[in-house]
Design a protein around this ligand. Structure first.
Ligand code: ABN
Ligand code: CU
Length: 647
């Protein structure tokens, strides 16, 4: 089946890549409850579409809808993965996970953890000794424990950081209760450890940002309204989107949030595939501070928390403005009920300044074309921080992945007058924010003009034979195997990577390609011997390339929660050192933000942008946007019919 006919076939009807509907989730839960998960003590971590095999999909074969489910049996302290055939209603897979494997948290466990801590008598007494008696104002923040040692096998643990509000709606992050940690077993609901070390006075200066506290809003800013009187330029049919020359399918999973499927660019009536599947595969936020509470903070917000579950319901005018198309995200509560996150994904167009311009100064005519981008995004709240994730598609075939980090710093307490060398002191009241990194990995199942691709590293080289002393050139080096493709960025060499298709040549007989511009290509700062570094090995390097295997989905492995990092993830799979030349490839890019906190990040952080670009690199034979219309004079006072006269 050609790509065209495949699109035609699926437009308007449910597609095999569509996320599970509410009804399908309920059916999966019911089938499992009637079958192997009949015991009351089972809880559902996730129920999601088991994506069909790429080959079957490509061949246009009939696809049977299947679901993957992850469950925990609390009574037994063991977890399970299940496969359910939605057509026959048969459980086709049911496997118990090893005792040391802990799947991601369920949202219900946040409240359960808080409740366990709040009613624990030892916790109440210990807090009272520190002068804190109103338990309703105490916030127990459910952080993952990291690797907790062999004794923790079979225990599903949460490490609660503790903050206290001064008033019911005041920001708790201004008031950390330092050196106070509660470890909870989520399966039993027990507090199993209280780490009540040296008390430090709780910083009392407020960290509030609400109008009620900060005063009236300024009035000098006039409204900006974005209008599209003729409506947006995208066409949406179910989860299929067509915009400008792009088309793709929108997906959503509990683990990743937004997923883009089957991203293609129409080039002179030919649908050219670029990426088969793209999503955030993992992220981790390790803290550099050696203080006992801080040194163990390193949440994997995707793999330990299922970041899609934490997606916000977006609001028009606040989170996105303009002509918006929303997609809901459907996920599951711990009892297997479907949960709809309404308006979880926002899609709209944005003006993006100029795309190209030239003023012919002899003729005094200027030609300018405006750029615009299609923005497909979601925002997740991971306790203190917000991450807004954006895919931007541009008219010229460029693609950007952008993360805007905002929200509230994860804070710590120090003795007033002291200044921790591992963070930024935020006030004179004992509050500081430790240095940390936000490390992300995006998995891109590339399909540049076809399923078989290869990757080159491109560095600047200054030749030895350089009589003019001005020479520099770009040199391509083929990355032949998985081990050879574990790479770091090098801005001194202006390094980038090129994903090529050797079977398809452009006008100058070179393989068509996309390039990955490795901006924000930082690496993990934690030492190699640290547990976080062993567990987040994906973040030690920026580029990884693997030969496609449908089971290799997440950079730190399927279940990083409480894991040692010794048996799953990119560093393990790439030990196979498979051939990656002209294969079905997956490219994994690690990038991040080295967050040296500044005062301006408090009490709420203005967004910090982190991301990277993919650009066509000889994918087209020339600039593919020459057919863009001039902007009409009436609309924007720019062009005349004969050529734009103003420059
Ligand atoms: N960023 C760690 C986290 C996520 C969700 C809830 C608590 C803590
Ligand atoms: Cu940060």
């Amino acid at each position: 089946m050609t790509i065209d006919s495949e699109i035609e076939n699926v437009v308007g009807v449910s597609h095999p890549l569509d996320p599970l509907s509410r009804a399908e989730i309920s059916r999966v839960a019911a089938i499992l409850k009637e079958g192997p998960a009949a015991a009351e003590s089972f809880r559902f971590i996730s129920i999601e579409l088991r994506e069909p095999d790429k080959e079957l999909l490509r061949a246009g074969e009939k696809i049977v809808r299947q679901a993957d489910a992850v469950l925990v049996n609390r009574a037994e302290g063991r977890s399970y993965v299940a496969i359910v055939d939605l057509e026959s209603g048969i459980v086709t897979g049911w496997d118990q996970l090893a005792a040391n494997v802990q799947p991601p948290f369920m949202l219900d466990e946040f409240a359960e953890c808080e409740e366990s801590c709040r009613k624990n008598l030892e916790v109440i007494a210990a807090l009272a000794k520190r002068g804190i008696t109103d338990m309703e104002l105490v916030c127990f923040e459910p952080w993952s424990v990291g690797y907790f040692g062999e004794d923790s096998e079979g225990r599903r643990l949460m490490r609660a950081l503790v903050f206290v509000r001064e008033e019911p709606d005041d920001s708790p992050y201004a008031h950390p209760i330092e050196n106070f940690i509660v470890i909870v077993d989520l399966n039993t609901g027990e507090v199993i450890q209280l780490q009540d070390d040296q008390a430090i006075p709780v910083p009392s200066a407020s960290g509030n940002y609400l109008p009620k506290y900060v005063g009236p809003a300024r009035t000098d800013l006039k409204p900006i309204s974005i209008t599209q009187p003729e409506g947006p330029s995208f066409e949406v049919n179910g989860n299929h989107v067509k915009w400008a020359n792009w088309n793709f399918r929108v997906g959503f999973t509990p683990r990743e949030g937004l997923v883009l499927h089957q991203l293609r660019y129409r080039d002179k009536d030919v649908e050219r595939p670029v990426i088969n599947r793209a999503s955030l595969s993992e992220m981790v936020v390790p803290y550099g501070d050696t203080a006992p509470v801080q040194a163990k903070k390193n949440a994997f917000d995707s793999g330990e928390y299922n970041i899609g579950n934490m997606a916000n319901s977006l609001t028009l005018g606040c989170d996105c403005t303009g002509e918006i198309k929303y997609f809901d995200g459907i996920t599951t509560d711990s009892l297997g009920n479907p949960v709809t996150i309404e308006n979880a994904i926002c899609m709209h167009e944005e003006d993006d300044s100029i795309l190209w311009k030239h003023w012919d100064f002899r003729l005094d005519t200027a030609e300018t074309r405006r750029n615009r981008k299609l923005v497909i995004s979601f925002i997740a709240t991971v306790a203190n921080y917000e991450y807004a994730f954006y895919w931007h598609l541009f008219l010229d075939g460029s693609i950007e992945f952008l993360v805007k980090a905002t929200g509230i710093l994860s804070t710590a307490g120090q003795k007033p007058g002291e200044k921790s060398p591992y963070g930024q002191t935020l006030n004179n009241d004992g509050l500081y924010a430790p240095i940390h990194q936000h490390m992300f990995n995006v998995r891109m199942d590339f399909e540049v003009d076809g399923p078989r691709n290869a990757v080159y590293e491109v560095d600047m080289e200054i030749p030895e034979d350089n009589p003019t002393h001005t020479a520099f050139k770009a040199v391509d080096r083929l990355l032949e195997t998985e081990q050879k493709a574990i790479r770091k960025t090098d801005s001194s060499l202006h390094r980038f990577w090129k994903i090529v298709n050797h079977e398809k040549k452009n006008i100058v007989d070179e393989p068509v390609a996309y390039r990955l511009i490795p901006t924000d290509g930082i690496q993990l700062a934690a030492g190699d011997e640290s547990f976080v570094s062993k567990r987040a090995q994906f973040a030690r390097n920026n580029l990884w390339v693997t030969s496609y295997d449908r089971t290799e989905r997440f950079a730190a492995g399927e279940f990083p929660n409480q894991a040692t990092g010794s048996d799953d993830g990119l560093h393990i799979w790439t030990q196979k050192d498979r051939n990656i030349v002209d294969q079905d490839l997956v490219v994994w890019y690690t990038f991040g933000m080295h967050h040296v906190v500044r005062l301006e990040d408090w009490p709420i952080m203005p967004r910090q942008n982190i991301g990277f670009m993919l650009e066509p690199h000889g994918f087209f034979d020339q600039n593919p946007t020459l057919d863009l219309p001039r902007v009409s004079a009436a609309a924007n006072h720019c062009s005349s019919e004969e050529g734009q006269s103003t420059h």
